[in-house]
Design a protein around this ligand. Structure first.
Ligand SMILES: Nc1ncnc2c1ncn2[C@@H]1O[C@H](COP(=O)(O)OP(=O)(O)O)[C@@H](O)[C@H]1O
Ligand SMILES: [Mg+2]
Length: 248
């Protein structure tokens, strides 16, 4: 069965960095194709994975709302959406399909088209071994329940009180929304020194781990290069030891 991983947290804390490493880790485990969903219009999972994107779902959604005639008369909206979603995937030879959600919706009546989107995604998910969603700070797609569940919810924070507070707010939100969550993790990222334990939240059902600062990641970011797989990277090693046992 497909395992869905949702990554969320405040802007700039390392969601996309962590997502790109997890996607590459999953692709290497060769259990099947991975669907990587870039659901943050303000960042670029494609760049960090070194994949060239191929249009966005937001564009399809906007076209269907603003120009309903773009849907051929011979096709249902569901068929059209499924076809357009398939066409927008960027397929990478590592066994990664990339889907870009794009900008949030504009003015107009999007309920129907959002339902169509959800149904189409529901039908795509079983084709994949893993689906990883790199969410934007506001978690639009979790709030809208575009995703049926999160087998693993990964809340990312930087080592700051606001980052951790945002992560805890998202944790509460997932509870309030009645989101179906399997394992939940808080990853405090980009840690340069030991953190006093009392600054870390202790909440039942939420595992807390630290992820180290990584010079290779910083360098790749400076140069605008993809984050290459590097088994010597301390960040990768930490992520691997946290996640690998659960992903086998
Ligand atoms: N562990 C880390 N070590 C060094 N730099 C990091 C680490 N995690 C994230 N960064 C840097 O922090 C910045 C924000 O990361 P990003 O993944 O884009 O955050 P988000 O997706 O949450 O907005 C980037 O410049 C990235 O290179
Ligand atoms: Mg991001």
């Amino acid at each position: 069965m497909t395992r869905i991983i949702a990554v969320a947290g405040k802007g700039g804390v390392g969601k996309t960095t962590v997502s790109s490493l997890i996607v590459q880790m999953l692709a290497r485990s060769a259990q099947g194709t991975i669907l990587a969903v870039d659901a943050d219009p303000n960042s670029n999972l494609a760049d960090k994975l070194g994949i060239i994107a191929n249009g966005s779902i937001g564009e399809v959604r906007n076209r269907m709302v603003q120009d309903p005639d773009s849907v051929p008369a011979s096709m249902s909206k569901h068929e059209y959406m499924a076809l357009q979603m398939q066409a927008s995937l960027a397929e990478d030879e590592r066994g990664i399909d990339l889907m870009v959600m794009g900008r949030p919706q504009g003015e107009g009546c999007y309920c129907f088209v959002n339902n169509v989107l959800r149904d189409s995604l529901d039908r795509m998910i079983p084709r994949y071994a893993f689906v990883l969603v790199d969410n934007e700070a506001g978690m639009e797609h979790l709030a809208r329940k575009t995703l049926p569940r999160a087998d693993i919810l990964i809340l990312v924070s930087d080592p700051s009180a606001t980052g951790i507070r945002t992560a805890m707010d998202l944790w509460s939100m997932s509870k309030d929304l009645g989101m179906e969550v399997g394992r939940a993790l808080l990853l405090v990222n980009n840690v340069r020194a030991d953190l006093p334990g009392e600054l870390l939240p202790q909440v039942e059902g939420l595992e807390v781990h630290l992820l180290p600062h990584d010079d290779v990641v910083e360098e790749a970011n400076l140069r605008g290069q993809p984050i290459a797989w590097d088994s010597d990277s301390p960040l990768f090693q930490a992520l691997y030891s946290i996640l690998a046992p659960a992903l086998r």
